[in-house]
Design a binder for this molecule. Structure first.
Ligand SMILES: [Zn+2]
Length: 167
């Protein structure tokens, strides 16, 4: 097992009881990830501030990954400062996803420091069915946002995925 999750908070169409239950299980998953030294894989939908708050309150695991990152640039700077990984998915290519591309533009990138460095890596496209053959489309779009080559980005993705999941 490489990680605990996906876990986190999803407030889309969720009532107050659901919110409380999600927060309880999110806290428990954080504790399990830390106890076993595993990456914590976070699902965050319409719950950015609360996800960050619970991570602060519990103390985030050393390797914390926002899968299908959906925050804005301001949140990306917070995640970067805290050393969280941000995983960008196919929705970064959507026309209406400029705030997401702005976040991608400020996500840190260098992988030479000793401390885990948050780097973008593409996950699967949102929603079933998953279409892994489209990952190059995402990578190309991400490389364009960052103004770097596809190969350079692919290398960063490989290095950082290995670092995030400890293999
Ligand atoms: Zn998810």
């Amino acid at each position: 097992m490489r990680g605990v999750g996906e876990t986190g908070l999803d407030f889309f169409r969720t009532g107050p009881e659901g919110v409380a239950a999600q927060e309880r299980s999110f806290r428990a998953h954080i504790e399990i990830a830390k106890r076993h030294g595993k990456a914590l894989v976070i699902h965050d939908r319409e719950a950015h501030a609360d996800v960050l708050r619970v991570l602060d309150e519990e103390g985030a695991p050393e390797r914390t990954v926002f899968h299908c990152y959906s925050g804005d640039a301001e949140m990306a700077e917070i995640c970067a400062a805290k050393g969280y990984y941000m995983s960008f998915a196919g929705n970064v290519t959507f026309k209406n996803a400029q705030p997401l591309r702005d976040a991608l533009a400020v996500a840190p990138w260098s992988w030479s420091s000793s401390r885990p460095t948050p780097l973008p890596h593409p996950g699967a496209l949102p929603g079933p069915p998953q279409r892994p053959y489209l990952i190059p489309v995402t990578v190309r779009a991400m490389a364009e946002v960052r103004g770097i080559g596809e190969n350079e980005l692919a290398e960063a993705i490989a290095v950082n995925t290995a670092r995030a999941f400890d293999y």
